[in-house]
Design a protein. Structure first.
Lengths: 808, 199
């Protein structure tokens, strides 16, 4: 289009002379001059400018008028920034206006002189653009009225409302000070915290009056020379109980830095906790001098507020105390429910910090930080394993170590890991509490019996439970868990006290000697096995509920321990004490179903993806299985007798039973090892682990026995053959285990095998190859050959495979 | 009709840490910049992204880097903002193209094209910035009626606040050629105004 011929009607309405190209050129150059001068922001009066060009004045002036009309389009609003465009009113509410001190999206703020009281005041005026809109106008006045209800040293005071005849405005106190950000620079950390506490308390006062500020930022907080902050500018403030919303385009621009995550998404009902977030942002900036969330574009900025974890303040300024960092991060939690519930809570924590006490804040940021980074690293390590950079063992090691840190749901573990004075006191207190309660059911107290004793026990239990739950709800996880764990033991204890006092289910066993407590000490009260059984059985659902409520797997640990105790009490009711005295085998036999029960529990939980819980059941299953099977082999005489009857050559030796046990473990590890559940595979590994020890120790012991028998029998050939068999069998089986270490990477197979191979070689030397140097030479040659074959492994393998392939 | 030093004043005040000065700067330039942005955007993009969103992005970006801005000449701030606007529009167009592929990725604020976005600060959609501004709408109507080259020269002269030699450089003409083009463009504007008055 450029360079196109002028439109034929371009010259219409222009006097005759204007048609000449010279005249047109002259006008164009005058226009150019005007444009150049005004581009330097030179103020030009178009009338006098045109007078400089008398020849073309008549053509020039209308064009300049059109040009300037565009300017007026932008100035019609009479923004305060377009200095002098809108004159200052002479007076408002009969106060003399001295000047303008500020402006925002909604209006302007004037400095005025209150002649009557001879003081300076500030007057906030609604922008003319809005003063005609009834909703905005009434909103503006409502803000003033709401603020006027509040009298607080750190909130700007409203003196009076403008009359309806004048432009909407209200008169407020004039605060001389600098904005918070600039005021903070010269302060110490302690002073900053103190200043922040005053601000937070002022916000709390607003909240108490059902006002949300919604636009807290350093520019809206002035600090006087005596370090008293004042909250100003409630342009976005709205009453929490009404849904009036009034925000003005432009207000957000340049300052979305202090918005809360919920303010960046639509249709979220804001509450006091949104202001808490803004306070957190302000505190962060006061402490570090940087904004917690910043990005290059607005969209990214809002995204950052919603998603990013802020850099830890201490990373930016190591002088910031950890407690103050905790407070800041607690206020900056993404989810409102994780933040302080009220400004008062935040102020209380700041108070604690200033008093040198431990603050209550425990931000989830740390857990997220740790688990986020670790999850990332774990993925990387997983990749390294896949690429065979790491061995399976190394991978497992990392995973296990990291796993402990990643337990996200158990956030309290992170807090509880450090032994601090309050931490130790907390646990010690719980322990003493339980001990005290236990005394109530264990012993007779003459002065406290019957209902009072039950009442005391119940009182303590209820109090602990209530305290634990409320602490948990408040987010004081570590303290809550300690109370709830104490509760877990207090429930059966108080049940026992009640059952003891009211003689509930006081059923004595068929044989009074079977009573467990009675067996432990004669001094104890007569609490029967049945009562203990019921106390634990009734408490079990509570543990399950606590696990579900708190989502803490530690209650599964409690469940498994108490479950094991319950099983023992069940056995006691069936005659455990009797078995321990007379028939050990029966006791060990009865452990087997319990082991199976725990294995099943672990398996079910792990299948339900509750691997944090299942891990507390498997260890019971494995150790009970070991105890039961070993006990049966060693202590169950009936089994040894039947072995002797069935296979007389075994002479009923315990060793054969242990080898049989190894066979059972082998079957178990094969079956369980097929599962894809990682913890069940660990169980399989545990069973696999003990096999070589069982087999080789038994072989060694059997060899010993047969040599001793042979020596005693004075030349029994059969015994000699048996002794020789064991002597040769031991190194061979050891050799077998050494190579069996390969498929499942069982290092203990290699170590145990090597150890017993050496023992076997030495025994062969002592018994068969005594004084034969050839034996040691053969061993050395064999060793060298093995080492040589190892270095040439692949070529040997290739030639061997070629050897076999050729005939086919 | 600006006070000769007002922009410089505001800039200095902002750079000295007075944050409210930014708000004033914003109000001073927002409409002029909005019109510029309107004409910088392609018709396709205009159908999807609002001038207001771009404007917000421009001022957001400006608020971040204004501290480091050096005031060379009266027009330099507007020229600088105009450059930021170019980038913001490119970003928006890129985002727009991406959005066509991944519709779940949303623009920051709610608009006709983006009904689930965050609620905008003012509710007079579309083009909230032009709403309640009868004379701005009229100005847009006039500018719309101009041939492209006329409109371009007016935008450069009046909205970007460039000098004639800068304009000449932008449109690839001599200074005199630019002046003549501006002359014709203004005459056309004048005619449109007269036609309006006649109605």
């Amino acid at each position: 289009m450029i360079g196109r011929k002028p439109h034929p009607n371009d010259e219409d309405g222009v006097p005759e002379g204007a048609r000449s190209p010279e005249r047109e050129r002259a006008i164009a150059m005058a226009l150019a001059e005007y444009i150049d001068r005004s581009s330097r922001e030179e103020f030009l009066n178009i009338e006098s400018f045109s007078k400089e060009y008398p020849a073309i004045k008549d053509d020039l002036l209308p064009l300049l008028q059109s040009l300037n009309a565009m300017d007026e389009t932008f100035h019609d609003e009479c923004r305060p920034g377009s200095n002098g465009q809108e004159p200052l009113p002479q007076s408002l509410s009969s106060h003399r206006i001295l000047g303008e001190i500020g402006a925002g999206g909604m209006g302007r703020v004037f400095l005025a002189q209150d002649e009557g009281l001879n003081r300076k005041i500030a007057i906030k005026v609604l922008n003319e653009r809005f003063s005609k809109e009834a909703a905005v106008r009434s909103r503006f006045m409502e803000e003033a009225r709401a603020l006027a209800q509040i009298s607080h040293p750190n909130i700007v005071a409203i003196h009076s409302l403008g009359t309806s005849e004048e432009t909407p405005h209200f008169v407020m106190e004039y605060v001389e000070g600098t904005d918070l950000f600039r005021a903070t620079r010269a302060l110490t950390i302690g002073q900053r915290a103190e200043l922040m506490q005053k601000i937070v308390l002022a916000v709390q006062v607003l909240h108490q009056h059902q006002i949300l500020h919604r636009d807290l930022k350093p520019a809206n907080i002035l600090v006087r020379a005596d370090l008293e902050p004042k909250l100003l500018d409630f342009g976005l403030a709205r009453r929490t109980d009404s849904d009036l919303r009034l925000t003005i385009f432009g207000e957000i621009v340049g300052t979305p830095n202090y918005l809360s995550p919920e303010q960046t998404t639509p249709e979220r009902n804001l509450d006091a906790r949104s202001d808490i977030f803004s306070l957190g942002t302000i505190l962060y900036e006061m402490l570090t001098g940087e904004l917690p969330f910043s990005a290059r574009s607005l969209a990214q900025q809002l995204e950052s507020i919603r998603k990013d974890d802020p850099t830890l303040p201490r990373r930016l300024n190591p002088d910031i105390p950890g407690d103050l960092q905790d407070i800041c991060l607690k206020a900056l939690e993404k989810k409102p429910e994780n933040r302080y519930r009220s400004a008062q809570e935040m102020a209380d924590d700041l108070e604690r910090f200033l008093a040198g006490e431990k603050v209550h804040a425990s931000p989830t940021t740390y857990a997220n930080l740790v688990s986020g980074k670790i999850a990332q690293h774990l993925r990387e390590i997983e990749g390294w394993r896949r690429d065979e950079v790491l061995s399976d063992g190394e991978y497992e090691g990392f995973r296990k170590q990291y796993g402990r840190l990643v337990e996200r749901e158990d956030a309290w573990i992170l807090q509880a890991r450090r032994l601090t004075f309050p931490q130790v006191s907390l646990y010690l207190g719980a322990w003493i509490l339980i001990a005290g309660a236990a005394l109530l059911f264990l012993f007779h107290f003459v002065s406290l019996s019957g209902t009072p004793r039950v009442a005391v026990a119940l009182c303590v239990t209820t109090l602990t439970g209530w305290q634990g739950l409320s602490l948990w709800k408040k987010g004081l996880l570590r303290n809550g868990i300690a109370h709830l764990l104490a509760l877990c033991l207090l429930i059966p204890v108080s049940l026992l006290v009640a059952m003891g006092e009211y003689h509930i289910r006081e059923i004595v066993a068929a044989n009074p000697d079977w009573e467990l407590l009675h067996n432990v000490s004669q001094k104890f009260k007569e609490i029967t096995n049945v009562q203990i059984w019921w106390a634990i059985a009734l408490a079990m659902p509570c543990y399950v509920w606590l696990r579900a409520y708190t989502r803490s797997s530690v209650f599964s640990l409690v469940s498994s321990i108490m479950g094991a105790t319950l099983c023992m009490v069940t056995l006691a009711r069936m005659g455990l004490v009797d078995w321990l005295n007379n028939d050990h085998g029966k006791f060990y036999l009865s452990l087997l179903p319990i082991a199976a029960l725990f294995l099943a529990c672990g398996f079910i939980l792990e299948s339900l993806k509750l691997s944090n819980d299942s891990r507390y059941f498997y260890p019971f299953a494995v150790s009970l299985a070991f105890v039961a099977l070993s006990g049966l082999a060693y202590d169950y005489t009936r089994l040894q007798k039947s072995l002797n009857d069935l296979l007389p050559w075994t002479r009923g030796s315990v060793e054969y039973l242990f080898i049989a046990n190894a066979g059972i473990y082998f079957v178990l590890q094969t079956v369980l090892g097929r599962s894809t559940l990682p913890q069940l595979q660990l169980v399989a590994k545990a069973f696999r682990f003990v096999i070589p020890g069982h087999v080789l120790t038994s072989l060694l012991s059997l060899g010993h026995d047969s040599i001793a028998l042979w020596n005693a029998s004075q030349g029994n050939i059969a015994l000699k053959r048996e002794a020789r068999t064991f002597e040769i069998l031991l190194p061979i089986v050891a050799w077998f285990f050494i190579y069996a270490s390969i498929p499942k990477q069982m290092k203990n197979y290699f170590v145990t095998g090597s150890l017993f191979l050496m023992i076997g070689i030495v025994r062969l030397q002592q018994d068969i190859f005594q004084d034969r140097v050839r034996w040691s030479v053969v061993l050395m040659i064999l060793g060298l050959l093995l080492m040589f074959s190892a270095t040439r492994y692949s070529s040997i393998k290739m030639s061997v495979s070629r050897l076999f392939r050729r005939p086919s | 009709m600006d006070h000769p030093t007002s922009t410089f004043d505001l800039l200095t005040r902002f750079q000295n840490g007075e944050r409210s000065a930014f708000s004033l700067l914003f109000h001073k330039y927002q409409r002029r910049l909005a019109v510029l942005i309107y004409y910088k955007m392609s018709a396709d993009l205009r159908g999807h992204v609002e001038v207001d969103d771009i404007l917000q992005e421009v001022f957001f970006a400006a608020s971040g880097s204004l501290k480091g801005f050096t005031y060379h000449s009266p027009g330099s701030l507007m020229a600088w903002l105009s450059r930021i606007a170019d980038n913001a529009i490119i970003d928006a167009a890129r985002h727009q193209n991406r959005e066509k592929r991944n519709p779940e990725e949303l623009l920051p604020f709610r608009s006709e094209s983006n009904p689930h976005g965050a609620e905008p600060v003012d509710l007079d959609t579309p083009s909230r910035i032009f709403a309640r501004q009868e004379n701005v709408v009229m100005l847009l109507r006039k500018l719309d009626a101009l041939p492209d080259d006329y409109r371009k020269v007016i935008l450069l002269a009046k909205f970007e606040g460039l000098s004639t030699s800068e304009i000449a450089e932008r449109i690839g003409k001599s200074r005199e050629g630019a002046a003549l083009l501006l002359h014709r463009a203004l005459k056309r504007i004048r005619e449109l105004e007269q036609a309006e008055e006649a109605k």
